[in-house]
Design a protein around this ligand. Structure first.
Ligand code: HEC
Length: 224
């Protein structure tokens, strides 16, 4: 055999096992260090992943358990008051009206109509409630009109010196000829009788029949 062939045979038969042994020893040295109590390579400290808290949302209720439906009808403020007046101004009984989608709906004075007079920002953003000016102290209220209660609205305006009744603002049940209608119906932002439109300060951008509001319930859903 030639000399360099001998070298290759030597390297393979002795060098390779030495390398393998050195590798195994290296592993041992890394894992166990210089001690003979080998416990293996320490695992790195891992931050535990927090266990998610179980969601505790109550199961949604369905069917009759879900309670009354909150589906409302949509109607203009003026049309809603009109339906109430034409129905004979019921104090507690419900009355019907046709909403913008053409469905028959039912509403009440306390639940649907009263807030048109007692809520600020309803007719337009920044609007005072009617009751800011037309309130229960009729001697001081504007035009001696009290819009804050059923009785006050029926008693009318211009109740000078606290009179029990004054000028009927409800047109005797004929909505479109009533003073109330003439004060709140304002095509192009102007009243049809040349007076200031209500609520006072109402801009021309408010539609003729006031804002479209959610009110009442569709008759099919109301159970009436
Ligand atoms: C900031 C005060 C104010 C607010 C708010 C207000 N009014 Fe008036 N109201 C007046 C004034 C002032 C007049 C007289 C206007 C005129 O003659 O041009 C008046 C007149 C009226 C009249 C006529 C009374 C009569 O005998 O001639 C009615 C009806 C009326 N208001 C209803 C309402 C309704 C309904 C609202 C709410 C949608 C309302 N007002 C909000 C001040 C107010």
């Amino acid at each position: 055999m030639k000399d360099d062939t001998k070298t290759i045979v030597f390297v393979v038969t002795f060098g390779l096992p030495v390398l393998v042994l050195a590798f195994i020893f290296g592993l041992y040295a890394f894992g166990c260090g210089t001690t003979d109590s080998c416990t293996g390579i320490e695992k790195p400290v891992v931050t535990p992943i927090p266990t998610l808290v179980a969601a505790t949302m109550p199961a949604p209720k369905v069917g009759a358990e879900a309670g009354p439906l909150v589906i409302k009808c949509q109607v203009t403020a003026v049309d809603l008051i009109g339906a109430w007046v034409e129905a004979g101004v019921p104090e507690t009984d419900s009355f019907q009206f046709t909403d913008m989608k053409g469905q028959t709906c039912t509403a009440t004075f306390a639940g649907d109509v009263q807030r048109l007079f007692s809520e600020a920002n309803l007719w337009f953003s920044g609007a005072s409630a009617c009751t800011t000016c037309h309130y229960a102290d009729i001697e001081k209220a504007t035009f001696n009109l009290d819009m804050s209660s059923y009785a006050g609205i029926l008693a009318g305006s211009q109740r000078k010196d606290g009179a029990a009744t004054g000028v009927d603002i409800l047109g005797g049940g004929e909505w479109e000829s009533s003073l109330l209608y003439q004060m709140v119906y304002a095509p192009n932002g102007e009243s049809t009788i040349g007076r200031q439109i209500m609520p006072l300060g109402r801009p021309a951008s408010v539609p003729a029949k006031g804002p479209v509001i959610f009110a009442g319930t569709p008759v099919e859903l109301s159970g009436e």
